[in-house]
Design a protein around this ligand. Structure first.
Ligand code: HEC
Ligand code: HEC
Length: 451
């Protein structure tokens, strides 16, 4: 099912991506906000592909070049110029943009019911199937690892005022195997402002952590520490904060999602380890993506601007923003912060000391059983733990991606559903939401739509 969708999606994505390339050269519409936020006013379907307004012209040029790598369709090794292509043997999609549709979220799949494009992470038990960390549903020269079916379970509930609501819980199965692996479904996240998130000082994020809940507010929040040869670093990318930097995140994406080797990941999905004696010099020095293209891809991501907020002064929106604070949403979805100094960040100076409004603390929170995945495999993170999702740009997802696919597996079709799935540390915020009057709920959602 996913494979069939992917090919529909990718052809479509390639066409629109070219539109976005042209779009990025358009003049920027009148920005309604003060110059202090590095946002771009664009309410069109190109809203997520804009360059940071304070980027230097040379940075903007590199971003333009980087976009070509981002939208590029990779072919299997041997079909293209030698050592330039290298898709597969196992993969999920043949370009970055086919999953991060217009720099946004995995778009709808063309099945009878629109469902989001998903990637399935696997636990180590899956090795018994000969599978790695991720289920690859496409392949060249060999069979794909598996296909997934999704069934929905309906859950009914009620607000305090008696209004009913309906949630749908997805149930995933790998087709054609009795021995079901444990799955952790993940929808491709929106990439706006991702370089700014990379530029937040570790100390800023850890200052919000309260793993033992010493202040007794029911919200703990903990930093995800990842250790490597270069030392201990804070995890901040991916739905479970699995990667510490854009370099590492993109190397993982290339290897796991596309089967492409890079300087940071010499092995990719389905590629057998090459015995030492067989390694030729070319194989050591030439990864499938060149170091120059890899660097362009990183620059591209780093310079993606967050969109400017819209209709910020309407009364309902102001009321909604107050409710967001007062019922406890802002305790995790931190509205405002400042990025680190220029000498402390990896990217260009445009990312330093910026006041940003990402609505996240980048910490892990336990959101309870309802959202827990089935993956006991990812070391150092519990099944119910998720990184607070940044909320910036969500109000434009409908425009850019043609649908709302909220939460880590895109199960929520509306802001309301997304909130109602919150539990665990967010249980109190959810309870408060259930107690709100209808006009207050409308106001809170009107506020989220301006982000
Ligand atoms: C098959 C679909 C797929 C492809 C292809 C893909 N990604 Fe992703 N991407 C994802 C998913 C799913 C996640 C979330 C991963 C997780 O939760 O661990 C993700 C996460 C990311 C993130 C982190 C976002 C965040 O908010 O933390 C970045 C950056 C990223 N991808 C960039 C890329 C780039 C660059 C490429 C091309 C080299 C690429 N991706 C290709 C599916 C994909
Ligand atoms: C205890 C921390 C916490 C609190 C409190 C909290 N959230 Fe969240 N929120 C999260 C985490 C973690 C996720 C990601 C969960 C997932 O994807 O499974 C999330 C996801 C979301 C999403 C979906 C984002 C996306 O990219 O799909 C929305 C919308 C949202 N929260 C809104 C709210 C609102 C509104 C409130 C207040 C009623 C709230 N949250 C309270 C931690 C919190």
């Amino acid at each position: 099912m996913i494979a069939r969708h992917s090919s529909i999606c990718c052809g479509f994505a390639a066409v629109l991506a070219l539109g976005a390339l042209a779009g990025s050269a358009d003049p920027i519409d009148s920005p309604p906000q003060g110059p202090s936020l590095p946002t771009v006013w664009d309410t069109s379907h190109n809203a997520f592909g804009r360059v940071l307004p304070n980027a230097k012209p040379t940075d903007a040029e590199r971003m333009h070049d980087g976009k070509r790598v981002f939208v590029r369709t990779w072919r299997p090794a041997g079909e293209g110029p030698a050592l330039v292509d290298g898709l597969g043997p196992l993969f999920n999609a043949e370009s970055c943009v086919s999953c991060h549709f217009k720099d946004g979220r995995g778009g709808p799949r063309a099945t009878p019911q629109p469902t989001p494009l998903l990637v399935f992470r696997l636990d180590p038990g899956a090795e018994a199937h000969g599978w790695g960390e991720q289920l690859q549903d496409r392949a060249v020269g060999q069979a794909p690892e598996g296909r997934i079916t999704i069934n929905q379970r309906m859950i009914l509930g009620q607000y305090a005022d008696g209004t009913g609501f309906q949630l749908r819980e997805p149930v995933y199965r790998v087709l054609g195997t009795k021995n079901q692996p444990r799955l952790s479904p993940r929808v491709p996240p929106t990439l706006v402002g991702i370089g700014l998130l990379e530029s937040i000082a570790e100390a800023t994020i850890t200052s919000w952590a309260d793993p033992e809940d010493r202040d007794g507010d029911g919200i703990s929040g903990r930093a995800r520490w990842l250790t490597s040869d270069t030392g201990r670093r804070l995890g901040r990318f991916g739905w479970k904060a699995s990667q510490p930097s854009l370099d590492r995140q993109v190397a993982a994406a290339l290897a796991e999602d596309m089967g492409i080797t890079s300087i940071h990941r010499p092995g990719a999905a389905g590629e057998t380890e090459i015995a030492e004696t067989e390694i030729t010099e070319t194989e050591i020095t030439e990864p499938e993506i060149t170091a120059a293209d890899f660097a362009l891809l990183i620059d591209y991501l780093r310079l993606l601007a967050p969109p400017a907020r819209r209709q910020g002064t309407e009364t309902t929106v102001v009321q909604g923003e107050r409710l967001f604070e007062s019922i406890g949403c802002a305790a995790c979805h931190r509205p405002r912060l400042i990025t680190a100094a220029a000498n402390k960040i990896a990217g260009p100076a445009a990312l330093a000391e910026q006041t940003i409004e990402p609505y996240t603390d980048l910490l892990l929170h336990d959101l309870g059983e309802g959202l827990a995945d089935d993956n006991i495999g990812e070391a150092g993170v519990e099944t119910g733990e998720w990184r607070t999702a940044p909320l910036w740009g969500l109000g434009l997802m409908q425009t850019v991606n043609g649908g709302l696919y909220l939460l880590h597996d895109g199960r929520a079709r509306s802001f309301e559903e997304a909130i109602l799935w919150h539990g665990g540390e967010a249980q109190s915020a959810r309870q408060h939401f259930l107690q709100l009057e209808e006009d207050e709920r409308t106001a809170l959602i009107a506020f989220l739509e301006t982000l």
